[in-house]
Design a protein around this ligand. Structure first.
Ligand code: ASP
Ligand code: MG
Length: 405
């Protein structure tokens, strides 16, 4: 078999951990498999690099940001390759560029365009274990790019897809995907399996296990992912096609996201092209918009509100300020002390009343809903950030997610 494994920052946090990961990789190799091991930067290295940049400048060019951030993973691949070599197995480390990972030019959040896999394949054919730096690639002008925080997962899935791997394992420091973040709610329960769609929502919504792009890619190429801990040998959670699973659960998990800001614009004129101009302008500045609500029209005017990440708030406010006159808007407000809580479940579409149950649980806690949005498999509410924990707990209780079934 050809197995792609990805080890996150906590799995390679220090010298001991790196030696343990080397053992794991070598054990799989000894069983006769080909192994590609994708690694993240050690522990909090990426955060430390960002902090260091902040001490030098308040406005780092994104291209240079990628040059420095990519160094974290370069340290890990060399150390892991050395540790594997010590165990007597043939191994080579490759940076993202050397592994043929080609991305677009969107520095600090680049998307993988393709993998030129000749080098990788040649190394595997020669019998080498290949250790690849996660989170990084190269654009067509040879600039180093990074894929956005947590992007090593996406590196692993892209390699698994390109190499048609038999298995893609994502090693982390938790046992798998939980009904909600176990650090927030200890009674959260590990799920044996989730669908790609559910995982995508859980990842997008802040259950912080997998990088969203990695799940999209896995779904697109039909690659099952096994999310598991590198600290033990317990089976983790399989992320796969919903068709393989029973769809009896209306709600699979509760997600929350604190990296949210809300902007509301009052009294824009009610005519075709207004929303287009606003969101086009935001897109031009690469602001990722999430929820959008337009209120009922009155006297030829509408209110439009939307959410984006807190990181994008500054850019978004600038755009709104510039375009306000063009929209005929009378003003705007914003709030970055909000959170998004969501219930997610592939069975929701066939279970009426799920949204009402959610609103009931939140109402019982006296939590005000500032925005609501729904899809086939989720309902999300924007609430005050300080109420996020309480909201997660009440929803987890309401839908009895702690009970195993
Ligand atoms: N080291 C990068 C980060 O911390 C990428 C990753 O861990 O996947 O975001
Ligand atoms: Mg990391």
């Amino acid at each position: 078999m050809l197995i792609v494994q990805k080890y996150g920052g906590s799995s390679v946090a220090d010298a001991d951990r790196i030696r343990q990961v080397a053992e794991r990789v070598v054990n799989v190799y000894r069983e006769g498999h080909q192994v590609v091991a994708v690694v993240s930067a050690m522990g909090d290295t990426t955060d430390e690099l960002i902090h260091l940049v902040g001490e030098v400048t308040g406005s780092p060019p994104e291209r240079e940001m990628d040059v420095i951030l990519s160094t974290g993973e370069q340290v890990s691949i060399a150390l892991l390759a050395m540790a594997i070599k010590d165990l007597g197995k043939p191994v080579i480390s490759l940076t993202g560029a050397q592994a043929g990972i080609v991305t677009d030019k969107a520095h600090t959040k680049a998307r993988i365009l393709g993998v030129s896999k000749n080098r990788l394949q040649a190394e595997l054919v020669q019998g080498n274990i290949v250790v690849v730096a996660g989170f990084q690639g190269i654009d067509e002008d040879n600039n180093i790019t990074t894929l956005g925080r947590g992007g090593s997962d996406t590196t692993a899935v892209a390699l698994a897809a390109a190499l048609k791997a038999d298995l893609c394992e994502i090693y982390t420091d938790v046992d798998g995907v939980y009904t909600t973040d176990p650090r927030v709610l200890p009674e959260a329960r590990k799920l044996d399996a989730v669908s790609y769609d559910e995982m995508l929502e859980l990842a997008h919504l802040g259950a912080v296990v997998l990088h969203p792009r990695s799940v999209e890619l896995a779904m697109q190429y039909g690659i099952p992912l096994h999310v598991r801990s590198s600290f033990n040998h317990n089976p983790g959670t399989t992320v796969k096609e919903a068709g393989n699973m029973e769809k009896t659960l209306a709600v699979t998990g509760v997600a929350y996201d604190l990296n949210v800001a809300r902007i509301g614009i009052f009294d824009v004129v009610d005519q075709p092209g207004i929303a287009y101009r606003l969101f086009k302008a935001l897109a031009n500045e690469k602001v990722n918009v999430d929820m959008i609500v337009q209120s009922a029209m009155r006297n030829g005017h509408n209110d439009i509100s939307f959410t984006c990440t807190r990181d994008d708030l500054k850019k978004a406010l600038q755009v709104v300020e510039n375009i306000l006159p063009e929209l005929g808007g009378k003003g705007f407000t914003w709030d970055d002390k909000v959170a998004k809580v969501s219930i997610v479940g592939a069975g929701m579409a066939s279970n009426p009343g799920v949204a009402a149950m959610m609103f009931e649980a939140l109402a019982e806690e006296g939590i005000n809903l500032e925005m609501i949005s729904t899809s086939e498999i989720k309902v999300s509410c924007i609430i005050k950030a300080e109420e996020a924990k309480n909201a997660v707990k009440s929803l987890h209780d309401k839908f009895e997610l702690a009970l195993s079934r």
